[in-house]
Design a protein around this ligand. Structure first.
Ligand code: GAF
Length: 388
């Protein structure tokens, strides 16, 4: 939908013209999966698929949310209502409501109701972080429309708080950071322990990133994601018997190897091993990209998928089929699942002139094995949330 169509839809729904239109991107992650809440490094970037929002102030104290992607009525609540929505068909509104509630609790003045029509071309549940896209859309809309003096990094933190405390997913900060802080054609090399970060131009030369979506919906909140967070926390607790650490991200693989006996549990060792080794891979992968060693970057991306499959056990038939089919195609340097896992999307780094072949070939293998179609998108790396 273009801007005129979005405004027309708003007019149609609310019977008044909308004031402004905003866009907030989704994200992919080159490497560094399930490392963020483990105090490790990540290397994500924001993409041109995302969420549009048309905003208009109201004369009363009501908030009216309407999603073009959700079936059903608009969700309406009072501006001062600070409780999460609990009905299944209203829960999608919590990503918006959480941001509003936490901004108000932080002392920011939002004293007039509003309508917001949202539409995402980022498939919900595609593992491309529609949730962070929405949170940062809401944060930036409110910042702009109510002239709030708040830094983007603080909106990013409120996005994570919304996810953790309002929605109930104990996620790290990667998604909100990637969406909120993104810079066109760059990936963000972020240390999730210190929040120090660096923009690195995504120099892939003759290669590009293709996003491969499983089209299988997932719900991270209801899934094993929180179990993984807890398992890593337990591994840290056991390592603390001899090591002065707060997170797995503080360990290199040699130290982990020497002390892993303390964990004394096969499953927890696998989880912790992924977190530690994935962090090391992320450091090496960003270096490889800066050195122009794209083959090495590709191998590390493949290794990431293997580890997410065997040690972290967050892949699945659909994601494995996409990654493994991509590995077998000409011109592919690497492929792996991205995001929380279980469903969602994978990425492949492929030679530009072989991208079409990849989509056709992997698409066919996927359809034959899984029984329905995967979707493919060329990743275009864009700036963070803004008015359009
Ligand atoms: C999800 C979470 F929201 C992120 O914080 C991150 O942990 C990711 O899964 C896995 O790397 O997208």
């Amino acid at each position: 939908m273009d801007k005129a169509e979005l405004l027309a839809k708003y007019q149609d729904l609310f019977q008044v013209p909308g004031d402004d239109v905003f866009f907030s991107p989704g994200r992919i992650n080159v490497i560094g999966e399930h490392t963020d809440y483990n105090g490790g490094h990540v290397f994500p970037c924001a993409i041109s698929l995302g969420t549009y929002g048309v905003f208009g102030k109201r004369d009363d104290q009501e908030v009216h949310l309407y999603s073009g992607n959700m079936e059903g009525d608009e969700v309406v609540f009072d501006l001062n209502d600070d409780q999460p929505e609990t009905d299944d068909d209203r829960k999608w509104a919590n990503y918006f409501k959480g941001m509003l509630v936490y901004l108000k609790q932080g002392g920011f003045t939002i004293d007039q109701g509003f309508n917001l029509y949202v539409y995402g071309n980022l498939p919900y549940g595609a593992g491309l972080s529609s949730s962070a896209s929405i949170e940062l859309l809401m944060g930036n809309v409110l910042k702009d429309e109510y002239k709030l003096e708040i830094e983007q990094l603080d909106l990013v933190k409120l996005g994570q708080k919304t996810e953790n405390d309002f929605v109930g997913l104990n996620s790290g900060i990667m998604d909100q950071f990637a969406v909120g802080m993104s810079k066109k054609d760059n990936a963000i090399f972020l240390d999730c322990n210190t929040l120090e970060y660096e923009y690195l131009p995504l120099n892939l030369g003759d290669y590009e990133i293709v996003i491969m979506s499983t089209n299988k919906k997932h719900s991270l909140a209801g899934s094993a994601y929180n179990d993984r967070v807890a398992e890593c926390g337990e591994a840290v607790k056991r390592l603390q018997q001899k090591l002065d650490i707060q997170t797995l991200g503080e360990l290199d693989e040699h130290t982990f190897d020497e002390y892993s006996y303390l964990i004394n549990d096969e499953l927890l060792i696998k989880r912790a091993r992924h977190a530690v080794l994935e962090n090391g891979r992320t450091l090496r992968a960003t270096k490889a990209m800066q050195d122009g060693d794209l083959k090495k970057l590709g191998r590390l991306i493949n290794a990431s998928h293997v580890s997410l499959h065997y040690d972290y056990e967050v892949s699945g038939t659909e994601l494995d089929t996409l990654a493994e089919a991509a590995w077998a195609q000409p011109g592919v340097l690497g492929a792996r699942m991205i995001g929380g896992g279980f469903a969602g999307s994978a990425i492949a780094i492929v030679k530009k002139d072989q991208a079409e072949n990849l989509k056709q070939a992997v698409g066919k293998i996927y359809r034959d094995k899984v029984g329905y179609d995967a979707s493919f998108y060329d990743a275009e790396i864009v700036d963070g949330p803004h008015k359009i």
